[in-house]
Design a binder for this molecule. Structure first.
Ligand code: PGA
Length: 251
């Protein structure tokens, strides 16, 4: 099977201050010597305007968007506002937001629609808890979560990130067989919902991706890239992960 160009995304969460410009600069410099891999960084909202003119190879992403077009919603940022700053990707439905903000699948589906209608590519996150993994029903549960997070009539551009909650920030990673099985299940959902357009949808793995294990994960069947938290804050670690990605077309 021909692989699409891998996508490696850094999720900076509530880290990153103005001084992080140096990390971005080091990643940009490192990418001058890297094979063609698509790379995006999703810093906090406060850094988007600062990063926008500094991004060359790196694509700018955000960590969330409010699905509403405008209105009195204190503290919120919508997709149109992100598009103004040249943002290309937006993470939606990260498990930390599902937990912290009690986000529902219906709200997440609205965010997918809002992002796409403003020319942004949503990175829709799905993943099971430890309890669900141990119950043996992870594939059914995560497939259902993906179904519910996709709005009616969804098409491209779209990216999915499979992130087991128990793997995020813990150093634990599923086996490559478990990752391959889950990605195959999610691919089936995409095929059924998007038809031919599903071929353009990349499915990333996320959860404790570190330089040491990156090559094995990124070579796993059905893995089209990675969503990286902690390791994306250290330029050399993030570059190591980027360099571990297999070339497009290989595999
Ligand atoms: P981690 O985070 O790489 O630090 O586990 C991944 C994520 O939450 O996207």
């Amino acid at each position: 099977m021909t692989r699409p160009q891998p996508l490696i995304v850094g999720n900076w969460k509530m880290f990153g201050r103005a001084s992080s410009v140096e990390v971005l600069a080091a990643i940009e410099t490192g990418l001058e010597h890297s094979a063609p891999v698509e790379v995006a960084i999703c810093p906090p909202f406060t850094l988007l305007a600062l990063f926008a003119p500094l991004c060359r190879a790196v694509r700018l992403g955000a960590q969330d968007c409010n699905p509403r077009p405008d209105g009195p919603h204190t503290g919120e940022v919508n997709a149109a506002m992100l598009a103004d700053f040249g943002v290309r990707y937006v993470i939606v439905g990260h498990s930390e937001r599902r937990a912290d903000q009690a986000e529902t699948d219906a709200q997440i589906a609205d965010k997918v629609t809002a992002a796409q209608s403003h020319g942004l590519t949503p990175i829709l996150c799905v993943g099971e808890s430890r309890t669900v993994r141990e119950s043996g029903h992870a594939e059914a549960a995560v497939s259902a979560q993906l179904q519910a997070g996709l709005p009616d009539g969804v098409g491209a551009p779209l990216v999915i990130a499979y992130e087991p909650i128990w793997a995020i920030g813990t150093g634990l990673v599923p086996t490559t067989a478990e990752i391959a099985q889950m990605h195959a299940a999610l691919r089936q959902v995409l095929n059924a919902r998007l038809g031919a357009a599903s071929a353009g949808v990349r499915i990333l793995y996320g959860g404790s991706v570190k330089p040491a294990g990156a090559a094995e994960i990124l070579a796993t069947a059905g893995v089209d890239g990675a969503l990286v938290g902690g390791a994306s804050l250290v330029a050399q670690d993030f570059l190591s992960i980027i360099r571990a990605a297999p070339a497009a077309g290989a595999g």
